[in-house]
Design a protein around this ligand. Structure first.
Ligand code: GRF
Length: 221
């Protein structure tokens, strides 16, 4: 291990399912110069493909069975212990389907990211793609945000927008959003790891960005 490796931010990822966002973070962390690395993945489902992805990537994979704990607080204490054992400095939620105890969220406030498959504050909660289609929005997307006690809220770090097509089904739209998720999550983690994000009045200010970016049109004009 080189000295640069030692300096990288130690990230713990919490998962419940497929783990494609975890994979995107693992892939990004393998690139030279990336300022963070995944040191532990914790999941609540023994058979989650995400835990298998962690093992395949040579990362510690911990299964914490909710049935072994009396309540959410006890579960989250164990979760915290697993993260501390691996000296985690930042937590990424990547499809983790459990609600977290306020005490856990409080401990990690400002150091815990989540990815949500919609352009928050629109479409909080589940079934975001079907709801976006039903609402008839022309632009949909994904959001990476800092986690606060209220679900799918918290300062927004980054968003990715995708067009919604007339022919879309929830599945085709989900696939388009997921591709964007895989780009934006590693990018947002990088910004945080580089110390470029400051939260002021509940909003993230990002150091070193251009003042203006190009507009996205859907349909394109
Ligand atoms: C993603 O759509 C993410 O936005 C949401 O849960 C899904 C997890 O997918 N929070 P994966 O397990 O990362 O493939």
């Amino acid at each position: 291990m080189t000295r640069a490796d030692d300096d990288r931010l130690r990230v713990g990822v919490l998962v419940s399912g497929r783990g494609s966002n975890l994979q995107a973070l693992l892939d990004a962390a393998a690139r030279p110069g990336y300022p963070a690395r995944v040191v532990v993945v914790v999941g609540d489902k023994e058979q989650a493909p995400a835990l298998a992805r962690a093992r395949a990537g040579g990362v510690a994979a911990v299964w914490l069975n909710p049935k072994d704990f009396g309540d959410r607080v006890a579960y989250d204490v164990a979760l915290g212990r697993a993260l501390d054992e691996h000296r985690v400095g930042l937590v990424c939620l990547a499809g983790f389907m459990r609600l977290l105890a306020p005490s856990f969220v409080g401990k990690w406030q400002g150091r815990m990211l989540n990815i949500h498959p919609a352009l928050l504050p629109s479409f909080k909660g589940l079934d975001t793609h079907a709801r976006a289609l039903a609402a008839g929005v022309k632009i949909h997307g994904a959001t990476v945000h800092l986690v606060v006690p209220e679900v799918d809220s918290g300062p927004i770090v980054a968003q990715a927008a995708v067009p919604v097509c007339d022919s879309d089904t929830p599945e085709t739209l989900a696939a388009r959003v997921l591709e964007a998720e895989h780009r934006i999550y590693p990018a947002a983690l990088k910004l945080l790891a580089e110390g470029r994000i400051t939260v002021i009045d509940g909003r993230c200010r990002i150091e070193g960005l251009p003042d203006r970016d190009a507009a996205l049109f859907a349909p394109s004009v």
